[in-house]
Design a binder for this molecule. Sequence first.
Ligand code: SF4
Length: 152
Amino acid sequence: MMEKILVSSCLLGTPVRYDGSGQKLVHPQITTWQSQGVIIPLCPEVAGGLSTPRAPAEIIHDKVVTNAGEDVTVAFKLGAQKALQLCLHHNIRFALLKESSPSCGRNSIYDGSHRGIKVTGMGVTAALLANNDIKVFSEQQMPALIKALAQC
Ligand code: SF4
C-alpha cells in the first residue's frame, strides 16, 4: 500500500494562511501524489479553531502570541493534536509542511519579536509530529522526502 502524506493545506494552494492567501507548491510530484490519492491535507491553525484571515503569530518562550499580544497557544496546540490524530487515523508516517510557520515550520520559525527575524526551530505541529515518529519535511526538502518514500 502506498504511504499517505500529510501536507500543509496552504502548499496545495488552499487560501488558509493568516493573510488569507495560499502558497501553492508547484512540483510535479505533488500532481502525482494527488492523482494517486495519497495526500491528506490539513491546516493545523484552522483545525485548531482560528479564523482566516487571522493575526500573524510567532512562538516565544513556549507560547504562541499574535502581533497584537494575544496568546493563541491553546488553538495552536489543539491544531497540532488534530494533526497527530489525523496521522494516527490514516497511518501516516510522512509529512510535508510549510517552512517557517509557527505551526508547520520544520527547520525555522520566526523569533517571536514580529520583526521578520528567522531562527532555527520547529513549529508546534511539526514538533509534535516529529516527537511521535512522523518524518517531517519542509517544501524545501522535496528531494529528501521523495528519497525517503522510495526507501519504504
Ligand atoms: S498553519 Fe500550516 S497549513 Fe495552515 S496556513 Fe500556516 S503553514 Fe499553512
